[in-house]
Design a protein around this ligand. Structure first.
Ligand SMILES: Cc1cc2nc3c(=O)[nH]c(=O)nc-3n(C[C@H](O)[C@H](O)[C@H](O)COP(=O)(O)OP(=O)(O)OC[C@H]3O[C@@H](n4cnc5c(N)ncnc54)[C@H](O)[C@@H]3O)c2cc1C
Length: 611
C-alpha cells in the first residue's frame, strides 16, 4: 500500500485497516509521553497514542513531589542530589545519567512553573520544598528539603499542566487506542529499523497502522504483576512487553521497588511526603523502630531499607493489629492543619478505605509494590539499545518503562516525576533532531498481521481458562514469593507457577466476542504481557545471587560488588512459546558507568550503605 496520501487528519483505509502517517509517534500520554510531545510537537508532525484518556494516566496519582536542588529553603546542590541518587540506588546507578538527572532537574521544575504548574510556595513566594527519603545535605549528614510539591497532588498537577500545554500546541491525540505492536524491519546487515506501530481502537475494534520515522515508548510501569500494589489497574507493562516480544533486551528487571507505606491489606499509597512532614513509623509497642535501623535519618531512609525493616518487625512479632501483620504510620502529632493543607488526599484515603482518621489515630501500613527500576534499556539520549551499546535508530523510551539507568537497584522518592520530565524532554528533543534527516522506512506488506492474529486468536479461543483466575494466581504467587524477601527456593516455586500459567493462558476464554469496548479481550491481552514480564522478573531475580537495593535475597544477604556490580540484560531467544525459560530467555551483563573527577578518582565510589 502507499501511505503518501495519508495525513494527520485523513487516514487511508485499506483492507479494513486504517493507515496514518506522522514523523513521530509517542506511545503513552503520561508525564513522560506528554513532556516528550511538548518538545517534539513544534518541530515535527507528532501523534500521542494512549490506551487511556491522557489525564487518567498513572502520573496523575503521584502524590509527594519532584526532586530538584533549587536550594529554595535550605542549602543544596545538584552534586549532593547525584550522590544521594547513586547511594540510594545501591551503586547500580549509571553515574553519568544521575548527574544529568540532578543537573537538569532545576530547569525541569522551572519549565513546569513556566507552563503554569501551581507549586506550593514559601511565604516569600518561592517554590516550597519538603523532605523525602534518602535525600540529604552534604553526603548523608542530615535530611534536606529537596522535593518541590503541590500539596499531595503533585503528579495530578504535572499531568494536567502537560496536557493543557499539549492541547495548546495542537498535538494529535489518539485516546483509547491500544498499541499492540512495534513495526520493525530488518536491514540486510541484520540491524533493526523502526517503521511505526499498530494499535487497536477500543471503541470500535478497528486496527490502525501508524507509520512514523521515530517512535517513543512512554508506557509506564508494570506493578500489576503483584497483588498488593500502589499501581493503577492499567499498569500491565504493555510497552515493555512489546519490546520484549520484538527480541529487544530488557535491563535490570529483577529490581522492583516496594514502597513502605501502602494502606495495610490494600496497597493504596500514602506518600513518603507524610514522613517528610514528620510522620513516624511505630511497631505494636509504639516504638519508633527505624531509630534502631537507620540512626541518622530514621524514617527517611530509602524505601528498600524501610520496607525490609517493616517486614522484619512483623516477622519478629512486633507487628500491630489483631493479626500482628502491619505497622503503624503515626501522623497524629502533625496536627489537623498540616494534614488538611499539605497531605489532604492521603488523609482522605485513610478515612475512606480503612475508616481511620490520621488526625487522631495511627494508620495501618505495609509495603506495596510501587515502581519498576528496570525496563527498556536506553542511553542518556533516551535512544533504545539492542544490546549493551547499539542504538536502534528512531526508537526512544522514557519514563517508568525505560531503564537509563538513573535509579539503579532502588529509586529515591521524587526522582521519578523528575526522570519523566528530564528524559521525556530528551526523548522528544532527540526524536525531532532525528526525523529532520531520517526517511520513513517502508512498511511490510501487511503490518497489522501479527496483531490481527493475536486479537482473533484470543477472541475465538474455545478454551475454558478464566482470565481473572490466572491473573489472581500470578499476583498472589508473586506477592508470596518474589516480594520484599526472596530466596532461590521461593523464586523457583513462583517460576514453576508462571510456566504453568503460561501454558494455561494458551486456553484462555474471552467471554465477550464483540468489537466495541471489549474490555474482556483487553484484559486477556494485558494478562499475556503480565505473564511475560513476571517471568523475566523472576528469572533475572533468580540469577542475581546477592542482595542490592530492592532485590533482597535471604540466601545471599550481602551485596557482592565483585560479581554483581553490573546491570542484567535479558533477551528473548529461541522459541517464545516453549514452557521452559532456559529455552527462551538468555541473560547477559552490562557494565555500570562510574564518573571520575579531574584527578581521575571515582566521584561516587561504592560504599557500604549506612544511614
Ligand atoms: C500512587 C503513586 C504515587 C506516586 N508518587 C510519586 C511521587 O510523589 N514522586 C515521584 O517522583 N514519583 C511518584 N510515583 C511514580 C511516578 O508517578 C511514575 O513512575 C511516573 O508518573 C510514570 O510516568 P510515565 O509517564 O512513565 O507513565 P504513566 O503516567 O503510567 O503513563 C503511561 C501511559 O502509557 C499509556 N499506555 C500504556 N500502555 C499502552 C499501550 N499498549 N498502548 C497505548 N498506550 C499505552 C497509558 O495510557 C498512559 O498514558 C508514584 C506512583 C504511584 C503509583
Amino acid at each position: 500500500m502507499t501511505t503518501d496520501t495519508a495525513s494527520d487528519t485523513a487516514p487511508v483505509l485499506k483492507d479494513g485497516v486504517y493507515y496514518h502517517q506522522f514523523d513521530i509517534v509517542i506511545v503513552g500520554a503520561g508525564g513522560a509521553g506528554m513532556r516528550a510531545a511538548i518538545e517534539a510537537g513544534p518541530g515535527a508532525r507528532t501523534a500521542v497514542i494512549s490506551k487511556l484518556y491522557p489525564t487518567r494516566s498513572h502520573t496523575g496519582a503521584a502524590q509527594g513531589g519532584m526532586a530538584a536542588a533549587l536550594a529554595n529553603v535550605e542549602e543544596d546542590s545538584w552534586e549532593w542530589h547525584t550522590f544521594d541518587t547513586v547511594k540510594g540506588g545501591d551503586y547500580l546507578v549509571d553515574q553519568d545519567a544521575a548527574e544529568i538527572l540532578a543537573k537538569e532537574a532545576i530547569d525541569a521544575v522551572i519549565d513546569l512553573e513556566n507552563m503554569g504548574l501551581p507549586f506550593n510556595r514559601t511565604p516569600e513566594g518561592k517554590i516550597d520544598q519538603r523532605r523525602f527519603g534518602g535525600h540529604t545535605a552534604d553526603h548523608g549528614k542530615t535530611p534536606v528539603r529537596r522535593a518541590c510539591y503541590a500539596a499531595d497532588r503533585t503528579g495530578h498537577m504535572i499531568l494536567q499542566t502537560l496536557f493543557q500545554n499539549c492541547v495548546k500546541l495542537g498535538i494529535n491525540f489518539f485516546n483509547e487506542f491500544y498499541v499492540l505492536d512495534l513495526v520493525t524491519v530488518k536491514d540486510a546487515d541484520g540491524s533493526t529499523k523502526v517503521a511505526g506501530v499498530v494499535a487497536y481502537e477500543l471503541a470500535t475494534g478497528d486496527l490502525h497502522v501508524f507509520q512514523s520515522k521515530a517512535v517513543i515508548f512512554a508506557t509506564g510501569g508494570f506493578g500489576k504483576i503483584f497483588k498488593t500494589t500502589s499501581n493503577a489497574h492499567t499498569l500491565t507493562g504493555d510497552g515493555v512487553g512489546i519490546i520484549w516480544r520484538k527480541g529487544l533486551p530488557l535491563e535490570d528487571m529483577e529490581f522492583f521497588q516496594f514502597h513502605p507505606t501502602g494502606l495495610a491489606g490494600l496497597g493504596i499509597l500514602l506518600t513518603e511526603g507524610a514522613r517528610g512532614e514528620g510522620a513516624i513509623l511505630r511497631n505494636v509497642s509504639g516504638e519508633r523502630f527505624m531509630e534502631r535501623y537507620a540512626p541518622t535519618i530514621k524514617d527517611l531512609a530509602p524505601r528498600d531499607i524501610v520496607s525490609r525493616c517493616m517486614v522484619q518487625e512483623v516477622a519478629e512479632g512486633r507487628g500491630a493489629g489483631p493479626h500482628r501483620d502491619y505497622v503503624l504510620l503515626d501522623c497524629t502529632h502533625l496536627g489537623a492543619e498540616v494534614l488538611e493543607t499539605k497531605l489532604p488526599d492521603i488523609t482522605e484515603f485513610a478515612r475512606t478505605y480503612l475508616g481511620v482518621d490520621p488526625v487522631v489515630e495511627p494508620v495501618p501500613v505495609m509495603p506495596t509494590a510501587h515502581y519498576a527500576m528496570g525496563g527498556i534499556p536506553t542511553n542518556n539520549n533516551a535512544e533504545v539499545l539492542s544490546d549493551n551499546t547499539t542504538v536502534v535508530p528512531g526508537l526512544y523510551a522514557a519514563g517508568e518503562c525505560a531503564c537509563v539507568s538513573v535509579h539503579g537497584s532502588n529509586r529515591l522518592g521524587t526522582n521519578s516525576l523528575l526522570d519523566i520530565n528530564v528524559f521525556g524532554k530528551r526523548a522528544g528533543r532527540n526524536a525531532v533532531e532525528y526525523v529532520k534527516t531520517a526517511d520513513f522506512v517502508a512498511l511490510p506488506e501487511d503490518p497489522a498481521k501479527e496483531v490481527r492474529e493475536l486479537i482473533e486468536g484470543l477472541r475465538t479461543n474455545e478454551g475454558t481458562e478464566r482470565i481473572a483466575v490466572l491473573r489472581k494466581t500470578l499476583q498472589d504467587e508473586m506477592d508470596r514469593k518474589a516480594q520484599v524477601f526472596r530466596t532461590d527456593e521461593s523464586l523457583g516455586e513462583v517460576l514453576e507457577v508462571i510456566e504453568e500459567l503460561r501454558e494455561r493462558f494458551k486456553n484462555v476464554h474471552v467471554d465477550d466476542k464483540g468489537k466495541r469496548y471489549n474490555t474482556d479481550l483487553l484484559e486477556a491481552v494485558e494478562l499475556g504481557f503480565l505473564l511475560d514480564i513476571a517471568e523475566v522478573v523472576v528469572v533475572t531475580a533468580k540469577n542475581r545471587k546477592e542482595s542490592r537495593g530492592g532485590h533482597m535475597r535471604d540466601d545471599f544477604p550481602k551485596r557482592d560488588d565483585e560479581n554483581y556490580m553490573q546491570h542484567t540484560m535479558a533477551y528473548l531467544s529461541g522459541d517464545p512459546h516453549s514452557s521452559s525459560p532456559e529455552d527462551h530467555i538468555a541473560l547477559g551483563w552490562k557494565p555500570v558507568v562510574f564518573t571520575k573527577n579531574e584527578a581521575g578518582e571515582l566521584r561516587y565510589p561504592p560504599l557500604e550503605r549506612k544511614y
